[in-house]
Write a protein that binds this ligand. Structure first.
Ligand code: DC
Length: 230
């Protein structure tokens, strides 16, 4: 099968909706590749800091995005380790500070354009599960199945708080809630690739659903579309 014909399932939505967990589980279950597109924006923000590039210097950031030396080392277990210029940045990648910087670089059209080919290169047989904000609308508009996973801002702040605590980070619930609202607003209002469901996306509100419950719905959709081997 030519790489550009490999099937794609897109999982878009705001941060904290659980799309990272769901898309990773789904990729593992199907034995497909996984693209964490948010990690690319986060990596670019980290690289910018390391190379002293301002977060609004679109031209230099786009250049940096094209040359970004990144490796995803999947050890078959949980979240893959991420190497930037040979250095393990997995932990640094997930901090609030990196997320906020990523949101700023992601608002620049030149940066989004520079990362397009890189993201599309993840599409390889037997298939790809792509996690992000604009996977179904811009990067893979011809995807076989598009899911838009969302949850209330309160629930996302609660989940983020729990996750950070487990990783050993301290965070105030109020500050997280405000950050989430501010980032939602920025991601939804930006001129390029604003966060919105594709017209043909299936929207799942996960506010009151467990991971297992969301997975059960997703599995049913995957079967319905004939994307499963059995
Ligand atoms: O999903 P995340 O929190 O790792 O994403 C980090 C930032 O990158 C977030 O502010 C939104 C942005 N992003 C984007 O604009 N488009 C994507 N496909 C993925 C992430």
């Amino acid at each position: 099968m030519p790489a550009e014909r490999a099937p794609v399932i897109t999982v878009d939505g705001p941060s904290g909706s659980g799309k990272g967990t769901i898309s990773r589980l789904l990729a593992r279950e199907l034995g497909w590749h996984w693209l964490d597109s948010g990690a690319l924006y986060r990596l670019l923000a980290l690289a910018a800091r390391r190379h002293g590039v301002a977060l609004d210097d679109a031209g230099t950031l786009a250049d940096l995005a094209r040359r970004l030396d990144v490796r995803f080392a999947d050890d078959g277990g949980g979240e893959p380790r991420v190497l930037l210029e040979g250095e393990d940045v997995t932990r640094e990648l997930r901090t609030e500070q990196t997320g906020a910087a990523a949101s700023r670089v992601a608002a620049l059209p030149a940066v989004r354009e520079a990362l397009l080919d890189r993201q599309r290169a993840f599409r390889r047989p037997p298939g790809l599960v792509a996690d992000g904000r604009d996977m179904g609308t811009v990067v893979f508009p011809d995807a076989e199945l598009k899911i838009f996973l969302t949850a209330s801002a309160e629930e996302r702040a609660r989940r983020r708080h729990k996750q950070l605590k487990e990783q050993g980070f301290e965070a105030s619930m109020d500050a997280l809630f405000r950050d989430i609202l501010a980032r939602d607003e920025r991601d939804a209002r930006r001129a390029v690739s604003p966060l919105r469901p594709a017209a043909d996306a299936v929207v799942i509100d996960a506010s009151d659903l467990s991971i297992d419950e969301v997975m059960a719905r997703v599995r049913a959709l995957v079967r319905e579309r004939g994307l499963h081997g059995d």
